[in-house]
Write a protein of this length. Structure first.
Ligand SMILES: Cc1cc2nc3c(=O)[nH]c(=O)nc-3n(C[C@H](O)[C@H](O)[C@H](O)COP(=O)(O)OP(=O)(O)OC[C@H]3O[C@@H](n4cnc5c(N)ncnc54)[C@H](O)[C@@H]3O)c2cc1C
Length: 119
C-alpha cells in the first residue's frame, strides 16, 4: 500500500505488505513488522512518529521481499494444462540436489534489506 498508517491505525503483516506466497517471506515480514512496530510505539510518545519510524525501517525489507521474479507466482498458480505440466516438470527438477540451491536463488528474493535493532 502507498501508506501504511492513518490516524491511530497502522497495518502489519499480510494486511499491509502481502508478499507472494512463493517468496517464502510472509511470516518473517509479519513477525519483524510486529517486533519493530511494538518497540517504536514504546519509544515514541505519539503514534505518528512511531508509525513513521516503523515504515521507514520496514519498507526496504518489504520491497525486497515483494520483488519475486514475475514468472514465479505464475509457475505456482498456472492457468492452463500446459502451465500445470511445466510447473510439475520444474518442481521435479528443483528437487534434484544440485538444482535445489539454484532454484532457491532464482525464486526466492534476498532478505537482507533490514538490520533489526536490538531494542
Ligand atoms: C500457500 C501459501 C504458502 C505460504 N508459504 C509461506 C512460506 O513458506 N514462508 C512464509 O514465511 N510465509 C508463507 N506464506 C505466507 C504466510 O502464511 C503469511 O504471510 C502469514 O501467515 C501472514 O500472517 P498475518 O498474521 O499477517 O496474517 P494471517 O495469518 O492471515 O492472520 C490474519 C488473521 O486475522 C483473522 N481475521 C480476518 N478477518 C478478521 C476479522 N474481521 N476479525 C477478527 N479476525 C480476523 C484471520 O482469521 C487470521 O487468523 C504462505 C501463504 C500461503 C497462502
Amino acid at each position: 500500500m502507498p501508506r501504511w498508517f492513518k490516524g491511530h491505525i497502522a497495518l502489519v503483516g499480510d494486511a499491509e505488505y502481502c508478499a507472494s506466497p512463493i517468496s517464502g517471506m510472509g511470516t518473517s515480514l509479519g513477525l519483524c513488522g510486529a517486533y519493530v512496530l511494538a518497540d517504536e510505539l514504546s519509544r515514541h510518545p505519539d503514534d505518528a512518529h512511531a508509525f513513521a519510524a516503523y515504515e521507514k525501517l520496514m519498507r526496504p525489507y518489504v520491497a525486497q521481499a515483494q520483488s519475486v521474479h514475475k514468472f514465479a507466482p505464475r509457475l505456482a498458480s498456472p492457468y492452463s494444462r500446459l502451465g500445470i505440466a511445466i510447473g510439475h516438470a520444474v518442481l521435479r527438477i528443483a528437487t534434484v540436489p544440485g538444482f535445489k540451491t539454484l532454484f532457491g536463488k532464482i525464486l526466492s528474493p534476498k532478505a537482507d534489506a533490514i538490520k533489526l535493532p536490538s531494542y
